[in-house]
Write a protein of this length. Structure first.
Length: 178
């Protein structure tokens, strides 16, 4: 009489075609799917994407203090320039002590008749600012606050001011400086 000993699980399942260690395969597959999801969430497809606040990152934000961002950024009234630049916003849309956030810039009116403009890209990590409240330009990504007077950081992790944008007032409009 011969003694028949069953083999290991792997040997037994190898004898049956089409049966692998089902539990092991399912767990490894689930682990691979989870790892793929984590890695794809961390990856970037390019330089643009979506911020946590739902706005897009700028493709090439201008760092604070760069040559492209230099300019007065101060318009103290009607310059009578007769169409000196592209219209950004009507002066009537910019409340005193507040401002408006546009596609590329923030236009503020810290004092009656004085208009300022800044890049709307936060200097902390490139998110776009999302609100103006109580004399502050707010970036909700990491709670940085900037002054509507000069774009200087007043609170939060941002250490550099928002880049100034040169503007003029042409009649009833705030325009880019020529």
């Amino acid at each position: 009489m011969t003694d028949v000993q069953p083999g290991t699980d792997a040997e037994i399942q190898q004898d049956r075609p089409g049966t692998a260690s089902t539990r092991r395969v399912v767990l490894m597959g689930a682990g691979a799917v989870g790892a793929t999801a984590v890695l794809s969430a961390c990856g970037t497809a390019g330089t643009s994407g979506t911020n946590p606040n739902g706005t897009d990152f700028g493709d090439n934000p201008v760092p604070a203090g760069s040559a492209a961002a230099e300019g007065g950024g101060d318009a103290g009234g009607d310059t009578g320039g007769g169409g000196t630049g592209n219209v950004l916003v009507a002066t009537s849309k910019v409340a005193v002590g507040s401002g408006v956030i546009l596609d590329e810039v923030v236009v503020t009116q810290p004092a009656e008749g004085t208009y300022k403009a800044f890049s709307n890209v936060c200097t902390h990590q490139g998110c776009k600012v999302s609100e103006i409240k109580d004399g502050q330009i707010i970036c909700k990504c990491h709670n940085s606050l900037f002054s509507i007077k000069d774009g200087a950081p007043t609170s939060g992790p941002a250490g550099q001011p928002l880049a100034a944008v040169a503007i003029d007032v042409d009649g009833d409009n705030v325009v880019t400086a020529a």
